[in-house]
Design a protein around this ligand. Structure first.
Ligand SMILES: O=C(O)CCC(=O)C(=O)O
Length: 287
């Protein structure tokens, strides 16, 4: 395994990092067995499973509901997603392989904002190239080819995604793809790369053997390459952020089927100012 200095350098350079063998074959098999037990429908329409938070059922059907009603729905925490499927899923929340990298990018006070799994079968396509922060983010207003000056009232990094590979993924199979280093770009992603997607020479598909973990910044331009392997793609995504940030007003709920540790519970707290209203995840924090 690489040391922290190397991991730090590579994450900063590329906007993503792969740690191989973070899970043992037995741990991977246990997670896959628990997913099998869910008898999920085939991943035809959407490759997502086990999401939390999810939209309330009535909200999904009622786009024409009054804004006040929709606002009320959005306030509700709705589910624990796959955290309810067993302890092995909850153990990934604060796995020792990811904590040093999360701390390096997000500091001591970290929230878990969203989780979902992705499964794909041969021939399935999904997910254009995108980034949620930086010059290519939908809200940046940056014009194609124009230098984008980063302004002081904007967030440039936001979320760090931790993706656990439960089956092999990579250039031969498909799955996660990205433009390395694009989290630092001062220019919007050219349309040509968007159109070429995974066939662009500038887009890479990191090798992700089962048991490895991928960490990436949501400022990185990334997407999903079509799945071409005989086996099913299976990954679990955990989206973390600094304690005072949230994507929406919905929250991941504590699982009812598994008792979380005190540290895992911190991750699910409401957003709050670091150290004043939201505790550190680490015992050796310097206050
Ligand atoms: O792993 C993937 O296929 C991409 C996930 C993604 O697009 C995202 O997290 O926004």
């Amino acid at each position: 395994m690489q040391d922290l200095e190397m991991q730090q350098y590579l994450f900063d350079l590329n906007g993503y990092l792969v740690i191989e063998n973070a899970l043992s074959p037995d741990e991977v098999a246990a997670l896959n067995r628990l997913i099998d037990e869910q008898n999920l429908p085939p991943p035809d329409v959407s490759p997502r499973f086990g999401s939390a938070p999810t939209l309330g059922a009535s909200m999904l059907k009622a786009e024409d509901a009054p804004e006040s009603k929709r606002h009320e729905e959005r306030q509700r925490p709705v589910g624990a997603g796959f955290l309810n499927w067993g302890r092995p899923f909850c153990d990934l929340l604060d796995h020792p392989a990811i904590l040093p990298i999360l701390r390096m990018r997000l500091g001591d006070c970290i929230r878990l904002d969203r989780i979902y799994g992705m499964y794909m079968r041969k021939g399935m396509r999904y997910g254009k190239l995108h980034s949620d922060y930086g010059a290519s983010a939908p809200h940046s207003g940056a014009g194609p080819g124009e230098y984008y000056a980063f302004r002081s009232n904007q967030i440039y990094e936001g979320f760090i995604v931790v993706t656990w590979a439960l089956t092999d993924a990579g250039p031969e199979h498909g799955g996660f793809c990205c433009v390395p280093g694009s989290h630092k770009s001062n220019y919007r992603l050219p349309q040509q790369i968007t159109d070429e997607h995974e066939s662009s020479p500038h887009v890479v598909m990191p090798e992700l053997p089962a048991g490895s973990v991928l960490l990436f910044s949501e400022a990185l331009t990334h997407g999903t390459a079509g799945w071409r392997a005989e086996h099913e793609r299976r990954t679990l995504l955990f989206k973390y952020c600094v304690s005072h940030l949230a994507w929406t007003s919905r929250r991941v709920e504590e699982p009812s089927a598994v008792e979380l540790t005190p540290r895992q519970r911190i991750l699910l707290r409401e957003p709050g100012d670091p150290l004043r209203h939201f505790p550190s995840l680490f015992e050796d924090v310097a206050v």
